[in-house]
Write a protein that binds this ligand. Structure first.
Ligand SMILES: C[S@@+](CC[C@H](N)C(=O)[O-])C[C@H]1O[C@@H](n2cnc3c(N)ncnc32)[C@H](O)[C@@H]1O
Length: 219
């Protein structure tokens, strides 16, 4: 896999996937986008629950995991991230998230996210259990339900096989009642599929540089 570190408009790094010619985040700001889509429109909507199960589709740089960890105060979070094509340690060590987020004290957490064993849950602190699963989304067989899904695959233009009715049906059945899925993607066809499989779909304002994003809820 060939990826190159790039800088986005808010100063934070992202990666450019050279074969797909696709970036891992918005070029308008990686941290800004992740906070807006996954933390503000996702995690913060569930802040009344004592314990939550999160599924991330596409661990990638680990930015969403790190932001979720930093945001968490009192909830018990069980965080599962799946990834089919992990980045190398040398790439993860050169990302500038720790500096930009003033999180030097949590640097070991970011390192652990990348260096820990696959398929083995670990405590990042007493409130946060992290497990990463080396699998494709197509082959992923969930054995539990999730309250929140960060759907952060590459876009439907380059990976249409991940934005199908079959995939979203599988996700629908792994989401708990009142659970939500958030995605940076607001493509009409994707929202139609989400509705078709049973979700209630909201189109929300996107992060700076992107008009819209999507939140899908299971009522
Ligand atoms: C848009 S990037 C986002 C990554 C991550 N959330 C981040 O903040 O860096 C999409 C991620 O999905 C992963 N991926 C690509 N195809 C996949 C598949 N079939 N199953 C699971 N993950 C996949 C990529 O390797 C990449 O890490």
């Amino acid at each position: 896999m060939s990826v190159k570190i790039i800088q986005t408009a808010d100063g934070s790094n992202s990666l450019h996937h050279e074969v797909l010619d696709e970036t891992y985040h918005s070029i308008h700001g990686a941290i800004q986008e992740s906070k807006h889509v996954f933390i503000d429109a996702g995690l913060k909507q569930l802040n009344k629950k004592n314990e939550i199960q999160i599924l991330e589709i596409g661990l990638g740089t680990g930015l969403n995991t790190l932001l979720t960890f930093l945001e968490n105060k009192h909830q018990k979070i069980h965080y599962t991230a799946i990834e089919a094509f992990p980045i190398s340690m040398s790439i993860s060590e050169n990302l500038n998230y720790i500096q930009l987020l003033n999180a030097t004290k949590q640097e070991h957490v970011f390192k652990t996210i990348h260096s820990c064993e696959w398929n083995t849950p670990i405590f990042l602190n007493e409130y946060f259990v992290f497990k990463k699963v080396l699998t494709t989304l197509q082959n992923f067989k969930p054995t539990q339900t999730f309250d929140l899904v960060y759907f952060d695959a590459f876009g439907p233009k380059v990976q249409p096989e991940l934005w199908t009715e079959e995939i979203f049906t599988k996700i629908y059945f792994t989401i708990s009642t009142k659970g939500i899925l958030v995605s940076y993607c607001a493509k009409g066809e994707v929202k139609r599929i989400l509705k078709k499989v049973g979700f209630e779909v909201e189109t929300l304002p996107g992060p700076p540089g992107k008009r819209e994003m999507t939140r899908a809820s299971k009522k």
